[in-house]
Structure formats: structure tokens, C-alpha cells
Write a protein that binds this ligand. Sequence first.
Ligand SMILES: Cc1cc2nc3c(=O)[nH]c(=O)nc-3n(C[C@H](O)[C@H](O)[C@H](O)COP(=O)(O)OP(=O)(O)OC[C@H]3O[C@@H](n4cnc5c(N)ncnc54)[C@H](O)[C@@H]3O)c2cc1C
Length: 572
Amino acid sequence: MTDDQRGRDRLLAWRAEGPSNYYEASPNLARVLAVRAGSDRLAAMEPTLARFGRVVAETVEPAVAEVERHRQFPALLPYDGVGRSVATVELHPAHQRSGHAVWSSGLLAGPVHGTDSFTQAGLFYLLSFAGEGGHACPAVCTAGLTRAITHHGSPALQDRYLPGLTSTDYAHALRGSQFLTEVQGGSDVGANTTVARLDPAEDGSWRITGEKWFCSVADADLFAVTARPEGAPAGTRGLGCFVVPRTLDGTTPNGFRIRRLKDKLGTRALASAEIEFEGAVAWPIGEVDHGFRIAVEELLNTSRWLNAVGSTGLMRRAFLEASSYATYREAFGVPIITFPIVREQLALMKVEEHAALASTMALTGLVDRIDAGAADDHERLVHRFLVNANKYVTSIAATAVVHQAIELLGGNGTIEDFTPLPRLYRDAIVYESWEGTHNVLCAQVARDCDRFDLLGSVNAWVHRELETTGDRAHGVGAQVLEALERVQGGFRAAVGAGAPGAAGFRRRLDEVVRIIQAACLAVEAATAPGDQAEKEAVAMLFVRRYLSPGHDPDTDPDWADLVALALGADGT
Ligand SMILES: Cc1cc2nc3c(=O)[nH]c(=O)nc-3n(C[C@H](O)[C@H](O)[C@H](O)COP(=O)(O)OP(=O)(O)OC[C@H]3O[C@@H](n4cnc5c(N)ncnc54)[C@H](O)[C@@H]3O)c2cc1C
């Protein structure tokens, strides 16, 4: 066999060996769910996750790749063949195919049908192996709108929309979207100028007029829209949160015009538009003067939580692509995974991926306890902290991990039809600005820390978490507490400096999130079922990397062993 034949055969063998079930290819998900949800709940959700792991690998990913390969992205159809205004978005049949697969998983079915927060997070994690894929954002928006209407909607609104929002039948389901951003400012939602007027002729309905600048899921059935009732105060305080049905008669756009679809860096299978509303019929979700609070607590907090779940899925997929490739690809006569530097790079990617899943599933546990009405005050405040801070850190980490995976595949990593990595990379960058940019999330946490003693609650929560760990993982728990003690003064000083969002606060926030992630990894190392040595090594590498100032791998006698243990015998 010639060398070139052998090289090509190795690539073919690598492809043939690719996972046919992402749930089975990611045993860490079950281990983390066992810790956070408990083994009984894991056992109950496992068949659903295992089924969907296969569906994403065999149906969703190929459909998403097909749309991307042929650049069959959403197209705007403003008018139909007889000249009626329809403001429709045309989608490729492959997109519809994957939509059926995603919705029938139960991802959006809600607790009444057995989809609690952990199941939803597990399913969304697996969906994200295909990147945004044109369905992740609609799923997140639908989940947020379901929460908003469940918690705040009138009985009439609930009866009208909840069955469709929680349907598992894609063809008849109602898909949600959320439009806050306007051209003059996305982060500064208080600058919204879209107006809401009470319609005196109709019972309880309002009319929305104004322009929204970034409208993802422009093909949605229900738009959640922030708008300012006439005469309401300026700023976020004056905003209402409304639901605008796409159409009132099944065809005609309900008082809106899609100006154009945006041509984006990533999330390209998703229709993101600029939309003008002119007297669209709308119903308020909850009290009109509580609109911004409802938008933040129900829509944005759901998006930020699931954005982080999505980032962890992207990271896992990238790691799997890179680690499997490294066992097949040969350079200088040996598989590249035999090079110590490659093994270290893979191990550190895995550490990052595990840390992101650890903190995100801890956050999911808080969402779950809040939903159940079981959360205490500390847990509510930790949720408030983590939902923003964790999104900020995990979205940056996702881009970094996908980037490293691309680099590990060399030139092939940059080729569109060789792996999904270029697509995942573009999606990861969008995830960073979606639902809050870095600085804006940091500024939000700073403001919250100024109003509430969030650090005190984080401190109490971390101590409580670590009570389970004992001396496991060579005292990782003790090192976490030591680091927490060390950074608290600087963190409080940065909050007290009165400059929320300043660079100093952002650096202190990075430290605290890394400490939380280390605590979560320590808990997993102590209590997760399965290979304890791997979990301990991951936790110890993480602590060395992020919690040990001045640590130098070259003078650390344990470094190489920890890298080997973290990577595991099969490098996955
Ligand atoms: C693909 C895509 C789809 C989107 N879909 C939607 C959607 O469906 N609905 C929707 O409502 N929005 C959507 N958005 C908009 C997104 O939420 C906004 O882009 C985001 O909130 C940031 O707003 P902006 O783009 O106006 O940036 P700006 O607010 O102008 O921010 C610009 C820069 O200034 C920084 N900055 C701003 N304020 C501060 C501060 N106080 N302190 C420090 N730094 C600050 C930011 O961090 C950022 O780096 C989408 C965005 C993208 C990219």
C-alpha cells in the first residue's frame, strides 16, 4: 500500500468510527447528572437522552451539515405568488426534517410531560453537538416564552398558547422568539423606543409599533417583544413584555414587515431579521409595568442558562472530533496522539469542557430547585450570580476549545466538509454575544453584587458544596476554599469601587467563577460514579491551572501523570 493510500484509509477509518450516539460517546454527562439530579432521576431520563443522542448523530447533524454545505440558508419571501404580503421565511426540507426530530424528543414538552430542567438541559446539550443548527435558538426562545406565560400569563393566554408551546409535534407546535434589541442599542434595553398602545376596541389587547434590529427565529409563531406603553417612564422600568402572534388569520402578517434577513458569521441556518411593527396586535405577559423584570427572569435567564448548556455541547463535540482524529492521524510515522504536547492540549481541552459542564449542571440544579419552590435564599442569590457569570465564562471557553480542536486537525480542521468544526467555531462566537456580551454580563453581576451580598451567598454555597468532598482528590476542596478566601477581599473592593463593569471587576469575577467551577469539579471527583482517577485528575489540573498563581507545569512532578489520567487510556 502506498503512503498516500494509507493516509486516506486512516482518514476513512476515522470517519467510519465516528460516534453514532452522542449520549453514549459522552459518559461524563450521565456522571454529572448522577451527581446533580441523583441516580433515580438519571435512570428515569436516561432512555430519552440515549434515544436523542442517536437522533442527533444520525438525523440532526447530517441535516444541519446538508443545509450548511449547500448554503441553503433561510430565505425571505415577502409576498406570495398572488402578491399577498406573507413575510414568510423559506427553509430547506433538511431543516424541517431535523426540526421534527428535535421537537419530538420532548425538549420543549415541559414538566407536565416529564421534561424537567435536567432533562431539558441534557437534551439541549446533545442537540448542541450539531452546533446551533437552526433549532437551538428557537428551542431556547420557546422554552423561555413557555416559562414566561406559565408563570405570568393570564389564564386566557395560557389556554391559548401553552399547548402549542409544549407540543412535541413540530408541524403543529408554536415556536417562540424574543425581540428586545433595537438599532440604538442591544445591551442598553432601557433605550427601547418601540411603543405599545392599549387598544380600546379590543378586550385587553395592545398595539405594538416600532423597529426591532435583531430578531432571531423570524419565522416563529409567537414573538415575545419588549415595548414601552405610551406615557410609561424611560429606561427599563417603563418597559412591558408582550406576546405578538405571527398572524391572526393563519396567513396575513400581524402588523409587521420583515425588512431583511441578516447575513451572519454563524448560526446561519437560523433566520435573524430586522422587523418593523406597525400596529401589531399583542397581549401583555403579566403586569405591563413588570415587563422588564419578566423579560429578564423568564426570557433572558432561560437563554443564558441554556446558552451555557449549548456551549458545553459545542465543546464536547469539538473535543471528540479532535481526540478521535489524533488517534488516527499519523505524522512522522506515528499517531499524533503519541506526541506529549498533543496529549497535553487534549487534556486541557477536556478539563475546560468538564469544568463548563460542572458549573452549568450545578446551575441547572439551582434552576430545578427554584422551579420546585425548594431553593433557599442563598441558592436564589447564587443562581442570580451564576446565570450571568457562568454564561460569560463558558461561552468564551467554547470558542477557545473549538479553536484548539481546529488547530489539532491542522489544515483539515479549517475545511468546511471535513468536519463540523468551522461551523461550530462560527456558532461559538455568536454564542458569546448572544444574550449578553462579556462586559455587559460582568456589569450586570457587579450591579447585582452591589445590591445584594451575592459573594456571601456564593461563599456559603461553595462551603456547603465542599462538605461532601472530604480529602478526596488530594485536598482539592481545601485548595478551593483557600483560593476563595484569598480573592474575596479584592472582589469586594472591586464591587465597592463603584465602577461596575470596570476591568478590575471583570478580572476578579473570572477568579470567582473559576473557583466555583473548581468546587463543582471537586464535588464530582468525590461523588460521581465511574472512573474516580480521571475525575480527580481533571479537578487537580483545573486547580493548578486556574487557582494556583505561579504554577509552572515544567517544575510540577505530577503534571505528566495528571495529563495522562485526565485523558484516560482511550483518550476520550
Ligand atoms: C446572530 C445574532 C442573533 C441575535 N438575535 C437576537 C434576538 O433574537 N433578539 C434580540 O433581542 N437580540 C438578538 N441579538 C442581539 C444581541 O442580543 C445583541 O447583539 C447584544 O445584546 C449586544 O447588543 P449590541 O449588539 O447592540 O452591542 P452594544 O450594546 O452596542 O455593545 C457593544 C460593545 O460595548 C460593550 N458594552 C455595552 N455596554 C457596556 C457596559 N455597560 N459596560 C461595558 N461594556 C459595555 C459590549 O460588551 C460590547 O462589547 C442577536 C445578536 C446576534 C449576533
